[in-house]
Ligand binder design. Structure first.
Ligand SMILES: Nc1ncnc2c1ncn2[C@@H]1O[C@H](COP(=O)(O)OP(=O)(O)OP(=O)(O)O)[C@@H](O)[C@H]1O
Ligand SMILES: [Mg+2]
Length: 450
């Protein structure tokens, strides 16, 4: 990565719109000539300008720009912005847009994600970026600008922003319309931090192509018929049925059939309620599960005998992210404990957080064993990210769910492209949480070529 320089931008109303004045130290740093034509790039806005040098000693590390132009570009006076030089191009920012669903509540324009998005914006601003958050439906294609929200001292500020260098996609639901918007933006040169969502079945198929991961992946099948589910149940006694496009533990079913027993026991959560039942035949099982499965496509997966705490299941959420180096690294690991009786550990379904070390010390007193498990967790998480991005395209972060069974073996459960990081707040790891917000903004810088 090139040096992190952040000059102060100053406005001048009388200055020619086509002129960019820089202190001599900056011009040298960016490798530009003393007087030359340059292309100023702010997001997808490109302008031909004349670069002039301000030789005054006290002007060090400053850029002077026409006030009108600066306002149009959302560059504020007396603030520090990151700059980068490439050939005859000078880039300011980068411009980073966080794309998310909006809400009607003015204090929380992005609903439940508002606090997280505010933290991202603050973190991006501290890195000298021009950042804002927006709904995919607030793009004005004609003027190539976006109505969005930035964060200021007194709260949310609405405005029109230039098309960004990079978009951090944080929308939860997908639709063909949104995919089209994404394609259109990509064709205009906008990069995305993460690909569109990928289903559980595709994830499974991609990662099983990596032989080093195969020992950690539970047997999984795409459900075409209930007789296939039956074969899985006979083989493993207990299976999880999961919608390929599901998240937050919704619509997941657990089916158990004890040896020499003719009936199936099932459990699922619907609207926060835990539902249990039994079916005496496969046909009956299918009709009992209709309310939760609907017409969705499902996978069936062997049940992992997860560790438990007071009878509640435990698994591990690993946040793997890239930063300005463009390399994967584990930002944090935390256990999630399902609420009593629950078949999932998801925080959104009432699960709680717990430090990984606490669980490991309690379940595996041997220090070497603890270390071995930690290494395996890291290996599986990072390797899964690498393998996935080989097929689905470059990614900036993933939340990987991994189970540890009673024997200490680790099992890949799922990789999530819109990972929540709430669990780190719940276990009091403030620094992990802060790092988890900073890293994606650093990766945006990398993606923008800074
Ligand atoms: N095969 C399995 N064996 C035991 N427990 C499982 C299994 N699959 C899932 N679970 C439990 O259910 C939880 C939710 O499963 P999973 O992560 O696959 O779905 P999701 O959370 O809805 O999807 P996503 O992680 O993509 O948001 C897991 O975190 C784990 O606690
Ligand atoms: Mg999950």
């Amino acid at each position: 990565m090139k040096d992190f320089i952040m000059p102060v931008v100053k406005y001048r109303s009388k200055q020619d719109e086509k002129q960019l004045i820089m202190s001599s130290d900056l011009v040298a740093h960016l490798g530009m000539g003393e007087e030359q034509n340059i292309k100023l790039q702010v997001g997808q806005t490109h302008m031909n300008m004349d670069l002039k040098v301000n030789a005054a000693e006290k002007s060090r590390n400053t850029i002077i720009i026409n006030a009108n132009l600066a306002r149009k570009l959302h560059i504020y006076p007396n603030r520090k912005y990151a700059v980068s030089g490439r050939g005859t191009i000078i880039q300011i920012g980068p411009v980073v847009g966080i794309m998310a669903e909006t809400s009607r509540i003015s204090k929380k324009p992005f609903g439940g994600q508002s606090f997280f998005i505010k933290q991202l914006l603050q973190s991006g601003q501290a890195l000298g970026q021009i950042c804002f958050a927006f709904s995919p439906f607030s793009i004005d294609w004609k003027s190539k600008s976006i109505h969005g929200y930035s964060w200021g001292e007194n709260g949310w500020i609405q405005g029109h922003f230039p098309l960004p260098d990079v978009i951090y996609p944080r929308e939860k639901a997908y639709s063909p319309v949104k995919l089209n918007i994404r394609k259109k933006l990509e064709n205009m040169g906008v990069r995305f931090l993460n690909p569109a969502l990928v289903g559980k079945w595709q994830t499974y198929r991609v990662i099983t192509q990596n032989p080093s991961l195969v020992p950690y992946i539970p047997d999984t099948r795409l459900v075409n018929s209930f007789s296939q589910v039956d074969r899985m149940i006979k083989k493993y006694n207990a299976v999880y049925l999961k919608p390929i496009a599901g998240s937050q533990g919704r619509n997941i079913v657990r089916v158990v059939k004890k040896k020499n027993d003719t009936s199936y026991q099932y459990q699922y959560q619907l609207n926060g309620r835990l539902i249990k039942g039994s079916a005496s035949s496969l046909a009956q099982l299918r009709s009992c599960l209709k309310p939760v499965m609907g017409n969705r496509t499902y996978i069936a997966q062997k049940q992992i005998n997860l560790l438990q705490s007071a009878g509640n299941i435990i698994d591990v959420r690993i946040l793997v992210q890239k930063d300005h180096s463009g390399n994967w690294d584990v930002t944090g690991m935390a256990c999630r404990v399902g609420r009593p009786g629950s078949i999932t550990s998801n925080i959104s379904a009432g699960g709680s957080g717990r430090k990984l070390e606490t669980t490991l010390k309690e379940k595996f007193p041997d220090k070497e064993k603890q270390q071995e498990i930690i290494e395996r967790l890291r290996f599986v998480a990072v390797e899964a990210c690498r393998t996935l991005e080989g097929t689905i395209g470059p990614c900036g972060e993933m939340g990987v769910d991994i189970g540890i069974d009673k024997g200490g073996k680790v099992w890949f459960i799922e990789a999530n492209l819109r990972p929540a990081r709430q669990v780190f707040t719940l276990i009091g790891e403030k620094n992990t949480r802060l790092l988890s917000v900073k890293r994606p903004m650093l990766y945006c810088r990398y993606l923008a070529g800074f």
